[in-house]
Write a protein that binds this ligand. Structure first.
Ligand code: KIV
Ligand code: NA
Length: 279
């Protein structure tokens, strides 16, 4: 498979072929996503919850994100890789954001970065893209701002709210983003925003009218114990947690029952050598 570049993404967008994106947080999850032909792999700050067991994304720090980006980058041969700027590493000033973005490229080994926010982030996006670092925006529901939003709430449900989503998307496009993630907005709004933009929209909980889709890999794989809350937009394509549980339980039972290891799992030795050793 040929390396996906911004040019590839641009031509998919022009052909109106849906762009596929998925998160990965380490070497194996990136490996499988790359093999499956994903156009883009996002090292999302959702790894705070799905890989590090944190309560929300506000806890993950830059060094942790960079460590996970590096492991993803090592496994990714074709997909275009994006690192998610964690809360606290880009909001203070455009210079801070640029310094962080540079660390993602140099140390995280990703090809572009994502940051949350609309109009108010335009000068920051401009600063980073002017330095030659591709930026994908993220508007609508921005989880890093959950405390200000009053939780994980759908955005753009009112006329004013929908206008805000559109203005934010236009602002990040104008500032130089090569694409924009639309999270948790009504499908009609996302479709109209997609029509008004000249860069691809990547939807998550934003319906089929977007230029592409993104899901959190652990969620779509079903790699979590039963009973966990899943947002409405997640489709569970697998039962990786159930499969892992079955495998580890079978291993436990076979060790307890002395069925594992069997002779074929052991290393041979000549009888003579063993007898000489045993006496
Ligand atoms: O952190 C993440 O996984 C994300 C995607 C859901 C867009 O930001
Ligand atoms: Na994120």
């Amino acid at each position: 498979r040929k390396k996906v570049t911004l040019g590839t993404l641009r031509s998919l967008y022009k052909k109106r072929e849906p762009i596929t994106m998925i998160t990965a947080h380490d070497f194996p999850s990136a490996h499988v996503a790359d093999h499956a032909g994903m156009d883009m792999i996002l090292v999302g700050d959702s790894l705070a919850m799905v890989a590090l067991g944190m309560e929300d994304t506000s806890e993950v720090v830059l060094e942790e994100m960079l460590l996970h980006c590096r492991s993803v980058a090592r496994a990714t041969k074709a997909a275009f890789t994006i690192g998610d700027l964690p809360m606290g590493t880009y909001e203070i000033a455009p210079e801070q954001a640029l310094a962080t973005a540079i660390r993602f490229i140099k140390e995280g080994r990703v090809q572009g970065i994502k940051l949350e926010g609309g109009k108010e982030m335009a000068p920051t996006i401009r600063r980073i893209t002017k330095a030659g670092i591709p930026v994908i925006g993220h508007v609508g529901l921005t989880p890093q701002r959950q405390n200000a939003l009053g939780g994980f709430r759908v955005q753009g449900k009112t006329t004013d709210g929908a206008l805000r989503v559109l203005e934010d998307a236009l602002a990040v496009q104008e500032a130089g983003c090569f694409g924009v993630v639309l999270e948790a907005v009504p499908a009609e709004v996302a479709t109209l925003v997609t029509e008004k933009l000249s860069i691809p929209t990547i939807g998550i909980g934003a319906g089929a009218g977007c230029s592409g889709q993104v899901l959190v890999q652990v969620d779509m794989l079903g790699n979590f114990p039963p009973g966990r809350f899943l947002p409405k937009f997640v489709k569970k394509y697998g039962d990786v947690w159930g499969e892992s549980l079955r495998a580890i339980e079978a291993y436990r039972d076979e060790v307890k029952g002395r069925q594992y290891p069997a002779p074929e799992h052991t290393y041979p030795m000549s009888k003579e050598a063993f007898e000489a050793f045993a006496k």
